[in-house]
Design a protein around this ligand. Structure first.
Ligand code: BGC
Length: 352
């Protein structure tokens, strides 16, 4: 294993963004960026051993901080996904978070992802990024320090360990927002990827995609990925939890999930290249988002590639969206003052 550091670019505010590339014995590599503690690129082999980049992203650094471009590869916090009315009550106190989309909070208000993180530690096979968020930043309680450690190994597994410490009890829902296209060619739609999700329920949502507190059964609906089939098979079927034309952007409730215990959440497979990705997590939910809100015209991506509608699929491990408003109904664990809160997600790449 080896690690290499390079300069990427400067943000408009003058902050410079660095890249760390970890390469394993097979030549597979992951490139991590200090901006948003993000995944910048990920080269893994196809069934013939040919390496290609399987994640979307940009050469133009400012595209990463444009919320309309979908948080490509970034770490999301303090609370990923939605908070209804930008408001929640926790420990008897009501907190107000930014309504950065419609009437709700999306991805903690956004700022958390769009800053350069400190690089705390690196080794041949890992990088630890660190970010401090002061008490009441974006309305969230607690002086809050989050660390994200990426570890890559010779078996082509990328592990993400999140560690949080706060001086007050608080809430946290960290995730990573990478868009995968296992073909390595993002002119190809992800509708042809095969997917399995280990969930027989999903969180029901209203017309603003905000949870209603109810869980729906996937059985007999277009939401069912309990056996592996193409994402595109039913993506445009009309269904109550789907916005027309957008396709999947839903939280699945992983079955038999014990918070803190790792298990397989999803399997994504591209038949043509033979690349397969398994997602493991210790969290109870996973958001399937197929890039349906991305521009139908394209945005220039890395190395002449494109970022566009349905050209990447995000599998965001998480507590269910808006769990802060359903602590008695949804499975959730909060951060206790001065106690380390940890969660882990793994993306494992093989071929078939
Ligand atoms: C959300 C989408 C959103 C995307 C990019 C996903 O987690 O569910 O609605 O468009 O993130 O912000």
């Amino acid at each position: 294993m080896s690690i290499k550091k390079e300069n990427f670019a400067k943000l408009e505010n003058g902050d410079s963004v660095e890249l760390y590339t970890i390469t394993n014995k097979n030549g597979a590599s992951v490139c991590l960026q200090t901006l948003g503690a993000g995944i910048h690129s990920l080269f893994v082999p196809d069934k013939n051993g040919v390496l290609a980049d399987v994640v979307l992203g940009f050469d133009n650094v400012s595209d990463y901080v444009n919320p309309d471009y979908g948080y490509q590869g970034l770490t999301v916090g303090r609370w990923a996904n939605r908070i209804r009315d930008g408001k929640f009550t926790f420990g008897g106190v009501t907190y107000n978070t930014p309504k950065n989309q419609g009437t709700w909070t999306l991805h903690g208000g956004g700022k958390f992802s769009f800053t350069v993180w400190e690089t705390e530690k690196t080794g041949d096979n890992f990088v630890t990024f660190k970010k401090f968020s002061p008490d009441m930043e974006d309305g969230f309680p607690g002086n809050f320090t989050m660390r994200v450690t990426y570890t890559f190994d010779d078996d082509n597994t990328l592990k993400i360990d999140y560690s949080i410490i706060s001086d007050k009890d608080t809430v946290a829902n960290p995730t990573n927002h990478t868009y995968f296209n296992l073909s390595g060619d993002n002119s190809k739609t992800i509708e042809d990827h095969y997917l399995l999700i280990n969930a027989d329920k999903f969180t029901e949502t209203d017309s603003d995609q905000l949870p209603t507190g109810e869980l729906g059964d996937v059985k007999g609906t277009m939401m069912d990925f309990t056996s592996m089939h193409k994402i595109g098979d039913k993506i445009d079927e009309p269904f109550r939890a789907i916005i027309d034309g957008v396709g999947y952007d839903n939280n699945y409730c992983l079955y038999n999930k014990e918070i803190g215990k790792m298990s397989q959440a999803a399997v994504l497979f591209d038949k043509a290249s033979g690349r397969k990705m398994e997602v493991f997590t210790d969290l109870p939910g996973i958001q399937l988002y197929c890039g349906g809100w991305l521009d139908k015209n394209y945005t220039a991506g890395k190395n002449g590639s494109i970022v566009k509608y349905r050209r990447g699929v995000a599998l965001e491990t998480q507590f269910y969206p808006d769990s802060v408003n359903y602590p008695d109904i949804f499975p959730v664990k909060f951060v206790k003052a001065n106690e380390e809160f940890k969660t882990t997600t793994e993306f494992c790449f093989t071929t078939e």
